[in-house]
Design a protein around this ligand. Sequence first.
Ligand SMILES: NC(=O)c1ccc[n+]([C@@H]2O[C@H](COP(=O)([O-])OP(=O)(O)OC[C@H]3O[C@@H](n4cnc5c(N)ncnc54)[C@H](O)[C@@H]3O)[C@@H](O)[C@H]2O)c1
Length: 360
Amino acid sequence: MINVLFAGCGRISDLHALGYRDNPLGRIYGIYDPDREKAKIKGALWQAEKIYSSYEEALADPNVHLVEILTPHHLHCEMAVAAAQAGKQISLQKPMALNLKEANQIIAAAESAGVTLRIYENFVYYPPYVKVKELIDNGEIGEPLSFNLRVRCGRGAKAWDVPLDAWQWRFNPQTGGGCPIMFDHNYHNCSLALYLLGAVEKVSAWIDQSEVIPGSGLLINVPAMVMWKYRRGKSYGNMDVVMAPELEIDTEHYADESRLEITGNRGILFVNRCTGRLQNRPPVELYRDGITTAYENISAGWEESFIAATRDLILSLSEGKSARLSGQNGKAALEFTLAINESACSGQTIILQEEYNQKE
Ligand SMILES: NC(=O)c1ccc[n+]([C@@H]2O[C@H](COP(=O)([O-])OP(=O)(O)OC[C@H]3O[C@@H](n4cnc5c(N)ncnc54)[C@H](O)[C@@H]3O)[C@@H](O)[C@H]2O)c1
């Protein structure tokens, strides 16, 4: 049984907790959050044995095997380095850090301590995307030529409640990178683009600004248009991100959704939903030779991606294997995300350097 410490028990911890339900290999053993009241409530809900009064106290507990770091981005580096130095296995929520220098420090600390470092990113475990990866790898669409992602941020009558303080640190460049959509959220899109078609060579982007609520003066970095070239063959990617405040999205989580189309030289794959849903279409469709095949029986709730990601991590650790989503791949996704913002600021095409291994 792997004993897990939740360091931070804010909004996203609720979806992390799902992967430990009825999990014979791992359990939420302890919680540390400076918000003691929240830690107590969640601790009771998840039947955690320990609520710690400091992170140092939690790391000093020999019964803690794995630390899930679920805190604002600016804390990731120091908390991951401390966990490595305490000899704990690490699951670190995306983005691993605010910049590549911090990412290098985290990777070096984990390597020198000989502990597992896993950068938690759930999109690459979302069952429809996993299916699409399998279909691409099986050659169903031939050689992939184009990755096209449409991201729509709207409103959702059933969307979950995100407390104001969980937004505030995201708008601050020092704590959250300052770009809730094109840094914090866009990391997922970059991670997905790498997972499906491999390493990226260069990227160009335009990013505009819009008021979050008309008349509020609070700006958010959309709409955005991004295009990139993969290192593989003649494959290109593009993404457009739009905020449509009156677009109703069927979701129980964040009020955004993505639709993906991947064209190969003999077919096209469509993923019609992710965090939310717009049209009533099957999660995955394959068009080839005049025939459209619908893949209806895929679990397509967004929470399934968290359950699968957590379960895979715990299973890998219990088998003594390194988990998917290595520090290096987390760094490559971070570099891609940062390069998009850098290109938009500088008006230049940015060449990427990091290696990405689709198997890690
Ligand atoms: N995979 C996803 O789809 C997804 C979605 C949301 C958030 N996230 C990631 O999860 C992380 C947390 O985001 P959130 O939405 O849960 O934020 P949140 O603001 O809801 O929660 C953050 C929690 O961290 C706690 N905290 C602050 N300082 C701490 C410290 N020193 N030690 C321990 N806990 C501390 C806060 O009290 C709060 O409870 C971020 O890195 C974010 O990128 C990922």
